[in-house]
Design a protein around this ligand. Structure first.
Ligand code: CUK
Ligand code: CUA
Length: 649
């Protein structure tokens, strides 16, 4: 039986993304031992006994599912799905009246997105367990999730932008979350994306980098300013840390499209760029009035903490900075063509750039970059942005790392781990010596990898999570569509050891993880009824009632084990809009009530204790219509039901 090993995959033909090799091996692999590659001790290391808790929370992006999925590590148990840019029928997010405004954008309510990168908030360069920031790649948006409630608390649309891929990257103390666009777009002088011929790219198209200020106490986001960069497509970024904490590093591709690239020396045509931006300096320029305020049209949606109702605010302007006006703010550093991830090691000195097609992994040096800037070690500029010399910034290159390096994270012992998409492996190398120390095959075609804290000043050295694009034979076949997959790898010793496969939702691009304790201790149990400021709350069952306002019927309903009040409703007519405002009167952890109406266009409500949620229903038929509680809440759950009577107009 042929085993699928790195050597199979790194053979000739691997530049076809290894898929040829995969199909060859798949036949044998299908009948193969499913524990292929697993460590002998694996079961013991990932087993979390019934009733015991996992050591880490892991937050995986749901990719084209638009949500975040919370898993326990090392068990790989799914704990929760948090809808962000998506509707979720399970809890009514995006269907109930309170959360619909969260999906508001200048394009209308958009109930879907492609979510790529979760990033935890940080204090002093360490994950603090307060918030999780995520990006919507399709309709440019950044969201903030509140980790006390595991709910989406805020979504801000990004103007002058298209494809918010290069996002969201917090600075070392979460002063800012930075969001870059993957598509340069023509930005009109008076704001907004212009309708221009596509061949005006060189003159008109700019990529935006948005600097979103984050309030220290509340987490509230606000776009402070944008930097508009001519002709670049930004791919990924990461913040500096410690000594380099004032800087943000961005990879860019397609730079040959940049208007002024012909100014470049011919020798550098096989290079793209790493953009280094001093965000402190940029913020200073913005404060000093270098930023121009231009019209913009975007929405800022926030969950009000007292009413639990999202408020959507339309914004009209944004401040923009141009690099040509701001000397010393931005530099370009050559990197191999088509770079992907950029990752800064825990010391803040080493900047690792992965190039999808590169044969080496360049490691740039922060201190050399500063020297090169001081010595003006550049001989050309692009659109006024100095291009530093490759050699003057380079610390060194990792030789023969594997094929298709995408992303790098770090452990607490000075090692780096890089994902190799084409050769389907994780490669461990030493940051100082840049020597490859170990490699382990993953199944198959890895994208991101994640070490808890591995993108911060404070990495853990225990586990690494590989997130793979292709599953093939790893699980029972489920027709043409297979789950994506994650693999947990033990990195505590010299050699990496494969521990666990678990399927994931959508396509997990990236993940974050944090010691469970940091989040669990602040996790909310229920909402206090006496703090419920929802305008349609019914705090006492005696106040349950039906009120008509024109063609609107408002049902002020309460739910408590085991009845709904009112439970028999007459006087509804075709043409009416019915709003069920359901307040859950329970004051106990883990007792939600659900609410659903036959023939309703929306999903159910799931109302947490102490909370009020509103379900809109526009009856389309006359007759008696049952409604009921959907969440098995007590022995008499089935009895939580009632009727609404719909009569002709
Ligand atoms: S990207 Cu998916 S593998 Cu969107 Cu972070 Cu690199
Ligand atoms: Cu309330 Cu079931």
């Amino acid at each position: 039986m042929k085993k699928l090993t790195t050597s199979v995959l790194t053979g000739a033909g691997c530049l076809l993304l290894g898929t040829l090799a995969l199909t060859n091996c798949q036949k044998s692999a299908l009948s193969n031992d499913s524990a292929i590659g697993a460590d002998g001790d694996a079961a013991k290391k990932v087993y979390v006994a019934p009733g015991k808790h996992d050591e880490y929370y892991a937050y995986l992006s749901g990719g084209f599912n638009g949500q975040v999925d919370v898993y326990g590590l090392p068990s790989g148990r799914l704990l929760k799905v948090i809808p962000v840019f998506s509707q979720n029928p399970e809890n009514g997010y995006g269907y109930n009246e309170e959360t619909k405004p969260m999906l508001q954008t200048s394009f209308g309510q958009i109930p879907w997105d492609d979510l790529h990168h979760p990033k935890l908030s940080r204090t002093d360069g360490k994950p603090d367990g307060r918030w999780l920031f995520v990006n919507g790649n399709n309709t440019p948006r950044i969201a903030r999730l509140d980790l006390t409630t595991f709910e989406t608390a805020e979504i801000i649309e990004i103007p002058n932008s298209a494809g918010q891929h290069c996002s969201p990257y917090p600075t070392d103390n979460t002063e800012y979350v930075v969001a870059g666009t993957r598509f340069a777009v023509p930005i009109a002088d008076n704001g907004g994306i212009e309708d221009v011929p596509l061949d005006t790219y060189k003159d008109k198209f700019r990529a935006s980098l948005s600097f979103i200020k984050v309030d220290k106490n509340t987490g509230h986001m606000d776009i402070d300013f944008q930097i508009l960069v001519p002709g670049f497509d930004f791919d990924l970024a990461n913040g500096g840390k410690g000594p380099s904490a004032d800087w943000m590093f961005f990879t860019s591709y397609n730079t040959e499209k940049a208007g002024t690239l012909k100014e470049m020396g011919a020798s550098q045509n096989d290079k793209d760029y790493l953009a280094a931006i001093n965000w402190k300096k940029a913020a200073e320029y913005a404060r000093q009035g270098k930023a121009r305020e231009i019209p913009a049209n975007y929405y800022h949606n926030m969950m009000d903490e007292k009413t639990h109702t999202a408020v959507s605010t339309q914004k009209k302007t944004v401040r923009v900075l141009l690099p040509e006006d701001c000397p010393g703010m931005m530099y370009l550093i050559p990197v191999p063509k088509s770079p992907h991830g950029v990752d800064v090691d825990p010391t803040g000195e080493n900047i690792v750039v992965s190039g999808k097609l590169a044969a080496v992994i360049p490691v740039h040096s922060y201190s050399k970059m500063i020297k090169a800037i001081e010595n003006k070690s550049y001989d050309n500029t692009i659109s006024g942005i100095p291009v530093l010399k490759y050699e003057s910034v380079l610390a060194g290159e990792v030789q023969k790392p594997g094929l298709g390096p995408l992303h790098t994270e770090f452990d607490n012992k000075g090692n780096a781990y890089t994902s190799m998409f084409v050769s389907s492996e994780v490669v461990k190398w030493n940051v100082k010596s840049r020597e490859v120390l170990d490699r382990i095959p993953v199944y198959y075609s890895i994208g991101h990898l994640m070490i808890p804290g591995g993108d911060t000043q404070n990495p853990d050295g225990k586990y690494l999570l590989a997130m793979n694009k292709i599953t093939k034979d790893r699980y029972l076949p489920t027709g043409p569509e297979l789950a994506q997959t994650a693999q947990l790898i033990d990195i505590s010793g010299d050699k990496m050891k494969m521990l666990l496969d678990f399927p994931t939702f959508g396509e997990p691009h990236y993940a974050q993880a944090i010691k469970a304790d940091m989040v669990a201790k602040n996790s909310k149990k229920f909402y206090r009824l006496d703090e419920n400021k929802h305008p349609h709350a019914t705090i006492k069952e005696a106040d349950a009632r039906v009120e008509r306002k024109g063609n609107q019927v408002h049902v002020y309903m309460t739910a408590i084990r085991s009845h709904l009040a009112p439970d028999n409703i007459e006087g509804i007519h075709l043409g009416d809009e019915v709003y069920f405002h359901v307040t859950n009167l329970e004051q106990d952890w883990d007792v939600p009530h659900g609410f659903a109406v036959m023939g309703n266009q929306n999903a159910e409500l799931l109302v947490m204790p102490g909370q009020t949620r509103t379900l809109k229903w526009v009856p389309t038929k006359t007759g008696v219509t049952p409604f009921y509680c959907t969440d098995f809440c007590s022995a008499l759950h089935q009895e939580m039901q009632g009727y609404a009577r719909v009569s002709p107009k």
